[in-house]
Design a binder for this molecule. Structure first.
Ligand SMILES: Nc1ncnc2c1ncn2[C@@H]1O[C@H](COP(=O)(O)OP(=O)(O)O)[C@@H](O)[C@H]1O
Ligand SMILES: [Mg+2]
Length: 481
């Protein structure tokens, strides 16, 4: 080391020979450079043509050379392919901190140019601060985490400025029922008419409403959602139509835009529209018919252009019969109706739904969620009153309670599945006694169908799940068809 140090000093002395005027600075630098050299894992200097003029033993060793002398005079890139020394010599700008790859290693390096007294480039010197990133691990992982956060925040912001989070691909499902839902949604997206989404809670009404907006010609305009059930009746009117200045005697004298104004040009999603009180139903109807609204406390009308997508889990026809929902509003909203069947009626979607939900749940986590076919089959025995929202919760809980590897088997599912909601087995309901062979054939056919559903149609895996060989399964399938 001592040899190289003095070598380094010799180089530096030469380098600064023409710079004597600036004695103090030079002395300082000359004092600092050996310190840097000693603390670093390697040091190198090049001339203005990027040819190596000096390299210390530790660096030449790090690079896999026997001795420093064999490297003197060579173009630096011939020896260190990824070095940016030529750039420093070229531009005269230091690269204070950089990570350089060298034969599958990573070096943290700093590179400084040197000038003569006329400001011309003489060469450059570089130090390898770390020859492995280990000491920097906390810093690097912090950087990586911040970077991930940034990416996520940018994504969220992009979605937020569009006002939506979902597109049609996010409505997962391959069952005939789901495909019909998606067909109608595409139809709805292509036209500017009101849409009514009907379905139990958690069936994906909001997903679909956002998806329709995203695919529609209004995609660049706002998507504004309002959940009627979540807002007290006495505030609904202001929420919908806004407030004119001075409408209330009191502190708030400013104009406040309602959801209609906010959604202008875009889509207004009226969630739980069945929960709307009758007086507001009349006002909503007028707004939809006229394309005009009247903010609270104002005597002027404002014209608005919104496409309305309404949704409800209530039975509006029953409500109309009872007089709690206006039929004229119903017909106004229900130009295109999209019924979304409950999960229990499209169990064939369970497999793909689980895969999509697990991927989403585990996004950004260390684990990769996976589910066995038997576990999917176990999920099929439950009634799913909360539909896909509940399925998501069950999977989340199973992951939290289960093994660290993220693999969900049937046991993990049984542990977290509510007990009281399993579907009544058809065999338990009272039925006329029939020939045993017939009952057994039906049970067999049902088991095979369930297994195929759980395995997304994969026959090899279905046979395994049923505990029979593939050829036996094929035989049975042939007999069934
Ligand atoms: N077809 C689907 N594919 C994927 N995720 C879905 C689907 N339907 C619903 N979800 C998920 O289930 C949850 C509830 O959906 P949401 O649209 O809020 O239901 P609803 O408005 O009908 O109560 C959300 O987390 C959503 O992402
Ligand atoms: Mg909802």
């Amino acid at each position: 080391m001592q040899d190289n140090l003095s070598g380094g000093n010799r180089y530096m002395t030469q380098l600064f020979a023409h710079n004597k005027k600036n004695g103090l600075t030079q002395e300082l630098i000359e004092a600092l450079i050996p310190m840097f050299e000693e603390a670093s894992a390697g040091a190198i200097a090049v001339d203005r043509d990027s040819r190596i003029t000096w390299i210390n033993a530790s660096y030449s060793e790090l690079l896999g050379f026997d001795s420093p002398s064999s490297m003197i005079g060579r173009f630096v890139r011939d020896v260190i392919p990824h070095t940016r020394m030529p750039e420093v010599v070229e531009t005269g700008k230091p690269l204070l901190l950089d990570i350089m790859e060298h034969q599958s290693q990573q070096f943290v390096v700093t590179r400084l140019p040197f000038f003569d007294e006329d400001g011309g480039i003489v060469g450059a010197v570089a130090f390898v601060l770390y020859d492995d990133l280990q000491p920097l691990t906390p810093l690097v992982s912090k950087f990586r985490r911040l970077h991930q956060d940034l990416v996520a925040a940018r994504k969220a912001l992009a979605k937020k400025t569009r006002g939506t989070r979902y597109s049609l691909g996010d409505f997962v499902g391959a069952s005939p029922a789901s495909l019909e839902v998606k067909r109608r949604a595409r139809l709805a997206a292509g036209r500017d008419m009101p849409v009514l989404l009907l379905g139990e809670t958690g069936t994906g009404k909001e997903v679909l409403a956002q998806a329709i907006h995203t695919v529609s010609g209004r995609a660049e305009k706002p998507f504004v959602g309002v959940n009627v059930a979540a807002i007290p009746d006495n505030l609904l009117e202001a929420e919908f139509f806004g407030v004119a200045p001075g409408a209330y005697t009191g502190a708030d004298r400013r104009t406040r835009d309602g959801k209609f104004q906010l959604a202008n040009g875009g889509t207004l999603f009226l969630d739980e529209v069945g929960d709307m009180p009758l007086p507001l139903q009349a006002k909503l109807l007028r707004a939809l018919q006229e394309g005009e609204i009247e903010p609270l406390g104002s005597n002027k009308v404002v014209s608005v252009d919104v496409r309305v997508i309404a949704a409800t889990s209530r039975n509006l026809e029953t409500m109309m019969a009872e007089g709690s929902f206006r039929s004229d509003l119903y017909y106004r909203l229900n130009v295109l109706e999209i019924p979304i069947p409950p999960l229990r009626e499209r169990l064939a979607d369970l497999g793909v739904l689980c895969e999509a939900l697990l991927e989403d749940i585990c996004d950004g986590l260390e684990i990769r969620g996976e589910i066995t076919d038997a576990a999917v089959s176990a999920l099929g025995g439950y009634d799913w009153p909360g539909n896909i929202r509940e399925l998501r919760n069950v999977l989340e809980r199973a992951l939290t309670m289960g093994e660290d590897n993220g693999l969900l088997d049937a046991d993990a599912i049984f542990k977290v599945l509510p007990r009281n909601g399993s579907r009544p087995q058809s065999s338990l309901s009272p039925r006329p006694v029939r020939p045993l062979a017939q009952v057994m054939a039906e049970a067999e056919a049902q088991a095979i169908e369930s297994a195929l559903v759980a395995c997304r149609g994969n026959r090899t895996r279905a046979a395994k799940l049923l505990g029979i060989s593939r050829s036996v399964l094929y035989e049975k399938l042939a007999r069934m068809s």
